[in-house]
Design a protein around this ligand. Sequence first.
Ligand SMILES: [Zn+2]
Length: 253
Amino acid sequence: MRARIYRANGIVLRRTNLGEKDRLVTFLTRERGKLRAVAKGSRNPRSRLAGATELFNVVKLLLAAGRTFDIVSQCEVVRGFGSLAEDLDRMAMASEAVELADALVEEGETQPPLHAALLLALEGIAASGNPASVARCYELRTLSDLGYTPVLDRCVVCGGRGPGAVALSPSAGGVVCERCFGAASDGMAISAAALRALRSLGRRSIESAGQHHVAAEIHAEIARVWAPFLEWRIERPLRSAQFARALSVRRGA
Ligand SMILES: [Zn+2]
């Protein structure tokens, strides 16, 4: 039997309005994986729960088991990421990070490594000098942790390790060489430099990725081919990636 009252350490992934006064908040918790709980009265901006359940917040929770949804009885903010609101690029990357976590785990599925990885990613995206490197490293690590390691060091079709990888194919799960390009109908061209950068980020820890500089044009190229790769894996469009694409189009990147 589940305890009526329990504690959990969580990160706010999403929140949606529930009726006139409440919100349904999705947390990724260390102890119980992804869970949704009602934050009563939190649609009122003056309610303490409204601020405590802001997106990206790292929180200590006291929850009460409910019939349909559990109820947030206490929510103490351990770390907030309000500064992200001042930087649209970082905000888009952080949104993509939580959206990916939300899409990759089912409710109740415990994923302590993902909780730790998301925390490191949000820290690095908010504060490091290379937020895009942190974001891509987190995504590569997360796919690997969940058993979806993208094949980047050889052709995913023929296994050839020559230098001729020319495209990234979401459906094949990695890069394809020139000869196999026709076999992967969704292959998107990728330059040798962008592929090198992606491989190198995949070998790093999320903490060290924040010190890894990659030229802005290489990051822009990676973002174009990488978002469809993630979207294929989670079987739906990433709202935040569409937002990031709109940002870069506006800047002419
Ligand atoms: Zn091949």
